[in-house]
Design a protein around this ligand. Sequence first.
Ligand code: HEC
Ligand code: HEC
Ligand code: HEC
Ligand code: HEC
Ligand code: HEC
Length: 288
Amino acid sequence: MRYVLSLLVIAVMVAVQTSPAAAMAGYRETFQKEFLSEPWAGDREESDACIECHASDIIKSEFRAIPTEWKQSWHYQNDVSCHSCHGGDPKDAATSMDPHRFFAGTPKPAQVPEFCGKCHIGILKNYQESGHGMALKSSGKGPNCVTCHGSHNIQQASIDIINEKLCTKCHSYERSKVMRQALFLTEKKIEELNNRLKQLKTEGMAADEEEKSLFGTYGEFRALFHTEDVSLVKKRTDEFTAKLDIIEKRIQDLFDELRFRRNVSAFLALIFMGMGAVILLIAKTKKT
Ligand code: HEC
Ligand code: HEC
Ligand code: HEC
Ligand code: HEC
Ligand code: HEC
């Protein structure tokens, strides 16, 4: 009798659990994202001559804060170091700033876009074709990457960079404001859908396709700003809204499915418990 009962308990437990394998995969992915990309998890250089020397007294006081600033940056978090941008050899203090070690020095304002664009290729292209890129090239009056992002303490970008103080340095705020409004609505929607996807994941529900679709749209969306093309930004954000509506609908379907699965599990559990009670009763009546 005990044996039958424990079998029933196991059956009920299995029925109640929705897809434990999916939950495991989600956890592993989260772990990898959260921890394996942390600086202490990778094989970051033990010693770096650029940083050691540039934080020392040899360096002019106005330059000495650069390593500290950089340590607070998003680039530091992603292992983009002094030599990743400036070239040179961080392993050998004697020749680290030798042009033969590909040391490139400090870029002049007009050289900055290509300096950053060797890694941010898609953005460089949009920027060069934009009013800003063309103005920098023809008259030196356009802003370069550093004008808006800074150089050593670069943080993750957001539309908060589009603000009156920065954007009215060289012209009126009119066009900037229209861009910010169009981008704002799309950004909010993406954030909301991302949160709902996370919620689905913690519930053990796989939504890989929706996630991929959202990620792709997000990537395209974020590259848009650097075109500085107001009508293109408006047109594209309308397209993104339509795409996001489709993703939203699919996420809603997944939530509906989750609720359905839960109801079925609860129903099965009830049936199993009922059966258990009946078997228990039969066993008892047989004994007496
Ligand atoms: C993301 C790319 C990037 C990284 C990483 C980076 N730099 Fe720079 N650095 C620049 C740019 C762009 C400039 C020129 C524009 C400016 O001064 O803001 C510059 C300028 C400098 C200057 C000259 C400053 C001046 O005012 O003339 C020094 C010195 C320097 N960097 C040292 C370093 C050191 C040391 C590190 C590592 C701790 C580092 N940089 C990391 C991009 C970078
Ligand atoms: C042994 C010390 C030392 C090492 C190692 C060193 N630097 Fe420098 N660096 C200096 C000094 C000194 C200056 C001149 C700045 C000053 O006058 O204080 C300088 C200037 C610079 C400048 C601005 C001037 C220019 O030529 O563009 C950059 C950028 C720079 N260093 C980057 C680097 C990078 C990247 C590394 C590692 C690959 C590195 N440095 C390694 C001592 C060093
Ligand atoms: C006029 C100001 C401005 C200039 C100039 C500028 N940016 Fe940006 N950048 C922004 C703003 C605003 C965002 C945020 C856009 C968003 O989130 O929709 C951004 C976003 C970014 C991002 C994150 C987007 C992504 O796809 O990951 C990167 C990387 C970036 N910029 C690099 C650069 C580089 C490299 C240059 C020079 C070639 C540059 N930016 C020039 C304002 C500027
Ligand atoms: C050696 C390659 C490299 C160079 C050179 C470089 N970056 Fe980056 N940048 C990265 C990586 C890697 C990341 C982190 C991944 C990401 O967020 O896209 C990043 C992230 C960023 C971000 C944040 C993107 C986000 O998600 O919001 C901005 C803004 C940015 N870089 C601007 C610049 C600017 C401005 C320069 C030039 C001064 C520059 N980068 C030079 C590799 C580089
Ligand atoms: C260093 C000066 C400078 C700064 C800072 C600056 N701009 Fe510009 N911007 C220009 C110049 C120069 C032009 C080209 C001439 C014009 O159309 O006014 C331009 C043009 C534009 C255009 C029109 C492009 C076109 O093709 O018609 C937009 C949109 C724009 N800027 C948005 C912004 C935004 C948003 C910011 C703030 C994040 C900003 N600008 C900051 C100098 C600047």
